[in-house]
Ligand binder design. Structure first.
Ligand code: SAM
Length: 286
């Protein structure tokens, strides 16, 4: 097990480099990922894990083969209630799972943009585009290289921002929420799934690099998320913990969760600390 301490990667650029390196390896089939489940990430079992998050089997079956990597911890396209004609932006689009699901929902008059900082992930998502176009007859999805802290998207041009298990990985989350508010049109909305904390993690877990890459060590308290959203100027903020996901990984003795249990005070479980969280909000109309 990698025992390098997160404090070695404290500055923003170091965290981004660490995340880019790890997800570059995962995009090519390496082990270790969000939720930690090294046994399912990028494997055929990924679909089973994703179905537990509420994705319909028929929707998953219609995706490009490379899109569902088992890296998700929620279902933001369902949460967002997307409408025909909308422009959707997916932060940390990975293999393209939510972008390819959002495309048919917004139709030919709509548009979906995925942003990811890992070139290997971008290449993987772009490989799925030909299959997506052939299956749907749509040409409304694109993938851009970039950091969610500095989105390669113009001001006020997006109807809906979605994201799935990514914001916890950012070393500058207040900046990400400001960027979300910047790119949204007035009255635009955000629907994000992520991992969040119910109480602070022990320092020993915060220091595990595999827990950072596994979307645990960088997670913040639910109430801190509310504050960042509020400070970015968003309104109608709704935060809904979804404990089932973490409970399942814990019960399945997922390798990351097993190593986390070893670090927890006796009698506590990962689900006492970590939860999947649905976060929705609106940018005020001008
Ligand atoms: C856990 S995966 C989730 C992928 C996808 N959302 C899904 O559900 O399948 C995290 C993704 O976010 C990307 N990522 C992490 N930090 C990022 C950042 N600061 N800017 C842009 N992308 C980032 C990683 O490269 C990776 O593809």
């Amino acid at each position: 097990m990698n025992t390098k301490h997160v404090t070695e990667f404290e500055d923003t650029q170091s965290v981004l480099d660490q995340v880019r390196r790890a997800y570059g390896a995962i995009a090519g089939g390496g082990a270790g990922c969000c939720g930690g489940a090294t046994s399912h990430c990028g494997s055929p079992a990924a679909g089973a894990v994703t179905q537990r998050l509420g994705y319909a089997a028929h929707e998953l079956a219609a995706l490009p083969e490379s899109a569902d990597m088992g890296l998700s911890c929620g279902n933001p396209t369902a949460l967002a209630a997307l409408k025909v004609g909308e422009t959707v932006l997916d932060l940390g689009s990975g293999g393209g799972l939510d972008c390819f699901l959002a495309g048919p929902k917004v139709g030919a008059a709509g548009r979906v943009i995925g942003v990811d900082l890992t070139p290997e992930m971008l290449a993987r998502a772009r490989r799925g585009l030909a299959d997506y176009r052939a299956r749907t007859g749509l040409d409304n999805v694109e993938f851009r290289l970039g950091e969610i802290e500095h989105l390669p998207v113009a001001d006020g041009t997006v109807d809906v921002v979605i994201s799935n298990c990514v914001l916890n990985l950012s070393p500058d989350k207040p900046q990400v929420w400001r960027e979300i508010a910047r790119v949204l049109r007035p009255a635009g909305r955000v629907a994000v799934s992520d991992l969040a904390l119910l109480r602070p993690l022990p320092d020993s877990i915060r220091g595990m690099v595999e827990a950072l890459v596994g979307c645990v060590a960088g997670a913040v308290l639910v109430e801190d998320t509310r504050e960042m959203m509020r400070e970015a100027g968003l309104t109608d903020i709704r935060l809904t913990p979804k404990p089932g996901y973490v409970g399942t990984l814990d019960e399945l003795r997922d390798p990351l969760y097993a190593s986390i249990v070893e670090q927890l005070p006796a009698g506590t479980r990962p689900s006492d600390y970590i939860t999947s969280l649905e976060a929705t909000a609106v940018k005020p109309a001008a």
